[in-house]
Design a protein around this ligand. Structure first.
Ligand code: GAF
Length: 382
């Protein structure tokens, strides 16, 4: 966690609201493999990271709530009896969505003040949204002793995103942000919401994130559209989710669906399988195999599921050409954000300087390089 940011958030809170707040750190996440599988009841392999959202929260003595977004220098005040989504409301809808979902459970809240800020660049695909939602629900749970479990809280965060932001996301981001374990990846079964923690020995390799610094428009509608395709095709075979469908079963309805939808569903079935194979490779200490599965995942996301973009494909191609990166793929929802790379430890500087130059030349834009640590999930900061 970024201690300097914490100090800035707390001093801003003291200055505006003149009381000592509770402080919460809620991390962003990365995902090793298993993309667009969570809302198909499949498996994912995320980890919480040391970058995220810091929120300061305390009860208010007024009869309204006030939330200050430190990074944007914007304040928003509202009454708890009129919580509605705001058209193009940006960060406000994440906060309001969480409050609304708490209220839907019949839980009454009293006015409060919040200041929040973060060190995850927006649009990087590191899930600042889940980190924000979790920081709010966790903070309110502590402040008002609501006795919500961590599982209750992640479903509140997820519903907030569905109902107030309009993205029909799965549970991976909220889970990883809430339940993260320092130095561990979580092999999560998105049906049972049970995870096995893995402290992975990457041997001569390290994880490296490269941010394209782009976020293409329409990514939210494209996301919801992919989810509908998956649900419609699984309904055709009366399956609860694509997790329950085999390649053979999919083949049996191939003539009834478009080639595009066939490829999308095939991708999901293959990616769920790859995620299981990744767990096996890790258990066998076979990091090269893990890398190969990561490259395959990108190829599926690019050509079958069609959620990549030129900038991401360029970075993955450069990684492949380099021979020092043994696995690379886009991460998260797609259409921009970061690639995740498994790279030889002692080649990081050479590779990053080469790829940065090439990216700048091709897109006339900078890419950013991040190395992250795997962190604990959402928690109170003492
Ligand atoms: C986004 C969503 F929020 C997740 O639920 C997940 O579906 C991911 O895209 C793709 O794997 O981050």
């Amino acid at each position: 966690m970024n201690k300097l940011l914490k100090e800035k958030i707390v001093s801003t809170f003291l200055k505006i609201y003149k009381s000592q707040p509770l402080v919460i750190f809620s991390p962003g996440r990365i995902n090793l493999i298993g993309e667009h599988t969570d809302y198909n009841d499949g498996y994912v392999f995320p980890a919480a990271i040391d970058k995220g959202i810091i929120a300061a929260v305390e009860k208010s003595k007024t009869n309204y709530c006030s939330v200050y977004a430190y990074d944007k220098k914007e304040e928003y005040q509202f009454n708890l009896d009129s919580i509605e989504p705001i058209p193009n409301g940006g960060w406000r809808n994440y906060v309001l969505g969480v409050i609304s979902e708490i209220q839907k459970k019949g839980i009454g809240l009293s006015p409060f003040n919040i200041v929040f800020g973060g060190d995850i660049p927006g649009g990087a695909g590191l899930s600042s949204s889940a980190a924000l939602e979790n920081s709010i629900v966790f903070g309110l749970n502590e402040l008002f002793q609501l006795e919500l479990s961590k599982k209750d809280m992640i479903f509140i965060s997820q519903k907030a995103e569905h109902n107030f932001v309009g993205v029909k996301c799965g549970i991976m981001d909220q889970y990883a942000s809430m339940f993260g374990i320092e130095n561990n990846f979580l092999h999560l079964d998105c049906r049972t919401i049970e995870a096995k923690a893995y402290q992975i020995d990457l041997k001569d390799y390290e994880l490296l994130l490269i941010n394209t610094n782009v976020k293409h428009n329409l990514s939210d509608s494209a996301y919801n559209n992919r989810r509908s395709v998956c649900e419609n095709v699984s309904a055709m075979l009366h399956k609860k989710a694509l997790r329950d469908m085999t390649k053979e079963e999919l083949l049996s309805i191939k003539s009834k669906i478009s080639e595009e939808d066939y490829q999308k569903v095939l991708y999901v079935i293959q990616e769920i399988d790859r995620t299981q194979k990744a767990a096996e490779a890790i258990e066998n200490g076979d990091i090269k195999k893990l890398g190969q599965l990561i490259f395959e995942s990108h190829s599926g996301l690019q050509h079958q599921y069609k959620v990549s973009c030129d900038e991401l494909d360029f970075l993955v191609d450069k990684a492949k050409e380099s021979h020092v990166v043994i696995g690379s793929r886009m991460m998260g929802g797609g259409f921009g954000g970061c690639t995740i790379n498994l790279i030889e430890k002692d080649q990081i500087n050479n590779f990053t300087s080469e790829v940065s130059k090439a990216y700048k030349k091709k897109f006339n834009n900078e890419c950013s390089i991040y190395q992250v640590k795997l962190s604990n999930g959402t928690h109170l900061v003492r």
